[in-house]
Design a protein around this ligand. Structure first.
Ligand code: IPM
Ligand code: MN
Length: 386
């Protein structure tokens, strides 16, 4: 009998609540089919960091690397400076375990209201393939030359001298801004290997879809590293004559995603643009409460997570939508080769959404997080047993 060990990081804010529902659904389905799942919980996140000072040590990363799958809730906490956990934990896992594929389906389920007038479920069925290890995310950058103002500039002759508001407030700001040398810079990187492997993956995926269309999204008219990415796309594309190929600029995509999402099938995007476009994707599929993702290293450890954040203000209220986390669990089982269990969960999510009886506030309902989890667990177990 197949057996899988999964590392779980419930994380911060609403993370633990949505992860509990995902586990509940997986356990219900596995119980029905006889799949053996073993969960091992890890405490990483804000509390652990505040208690121990550890965000994610080398040895912890080493422990996670022994698993084929990590199931993550959410990261981020107002008590911790912005970026510490995001970079030290989330991006550290993505980079440190070389999860180079960020797989983000954008699918409108029947029964979910689309914010785009007149669009139906058959119009929104896209897979965004986001590069996950390069671009502006590599972490080379800083704020430099931070120092106190070096010289005074007297603007009193230029600006309204007698205005007390100017003197006390605006004048000080202008003076600070013009007499310090602070600057910030980040280096963005596109490598041949890094772009090639994600583009190849996207072509392989597109080849297996019915529409067989791959859209490459960059900004090569303005930024050199993306022009390089486009040339790699063209090169790789020669090996896929059966896939329709096109290149779009990212600014245009923000427009076409809203006007004609039905045009798109598979999209391949560098890290930064992939981050932005997939939030737009979440919006057109009915909201962040529904959007799931996988951070995949086909030869190593992969991590599955809802794309929403930790939503601290909803923490502990049993109110938020667990579907993004449940769908992430379905992606995870699919990745582990448990196709039947994965499909049962996906179909159960679709069925519960289509019925519209049990749903959280974000979808216009009044059910709690755990009620939605229960409904999907029951339905998924039925479907898995059928
Ligand atoms: C995401 C998130 C992360 C990202 C943040 C939290 C670093 O927005 O997974 O999309 O930018 O990738
Ligand atoms: Mn994001």
């Amino acid at each position: 009998m197949a057996s899988h060990k999964i590392a779980v990081i419930p994380g911060d804010g609403i993370g633990p609540e949505v992860v509990a529902e995902g586990r509940k659904v997986v356990d219900a389905v596995a119980g029905r089919t006889g799949l053996s799942i073993e969960w091992e919980e890890f405490p990483f996140g804000a509390d652990h960091y505040l208690k121990t000072g550890e965000v994610l040590s080398d040895s912890s990363l080493g422990s996670l690397s022994k698993f084929k799958a990590v199931y993550l809730g959410a990261i981020g906490d107002p008590r911790v400076k912005t970026g510490v956990l995001e970079r030290g934990l989330l991006l550290r896992m993505r980079f440190g375990l070389d999860m180079f594929i960020n797989y983000r389906p954008v699918k409108l389920y029947p029964g979910v209201q689309c914010p785009l007038v007149g669009k139906r479920p058959e119009d929104i069925d896209i897979i965004c393939v986001r590069e996950n290890t390069e671009d502006l995310y590599i972490g080379i950058g800083n704020v430099f030359k931070q120092a106190e103002p070096k010289r005074r500039v007297d603007f009193s002759a230029v600006f309204k001298e007698k205005d007390p508001e100017y003197e006390t407030r605006i004048g000080m700001q202008i003076e600070r801004a013009s007499t310090t040398d602070d600057l910030a810079a980040n280096v963005g990187v596109v490598t041949r290997k890094g772009s090639r492997r994600i583009i190849e993956y996207a072509f392989e995926l597109a080849k297996r879809r019915s529409k067989k269309r791959l859209t490459c999204v960059t900004k090569s008219n303005a930024i050199e590293m993306y022009r390089f990415w486009d040339t790699v796309f063209e090169e790789v594309g020669k090996a896929y004559p059966g896939v329709e190929q096109e290149k779009n600029y990212v600014d245009a995509v923000t427009q076409w995603f809203v006007r004609t999402p039905e045009h798109y099938d598979v999209m391949v995007l560098p890290n930064m643009f992939g981050d932005i476009i997939t939030d737009l994707g979440a919006a057109i599929q009915g909201g962040m409460g529904l959007a799931a993702s996988g951070n995949i290293n086909p030869a190593g450890t992969s991590m599955f997570e809802p794309i929403h954040g930790s939503a601290p203000k909803y923490k502990g209220q049993n109110r938020v939508n667990p579907i993004a986390a449940i769908s992430a669990a379905s992606l995870m089982l699919g990745h582990l080769g448990a196709a039947r269990e994965s499909k049962a969960i996906e179909d159960a999510v679709a069925a519960v959404l289509a019925e519209g009886k049990v749903r959280t506030y974000d979808l216009g309902g009044q059910s709690s997080t755990s009620e939605v989890g229960d409904a999907i667990a029951v339905r998924a177990a039925e479907l898995a047993g059928a």
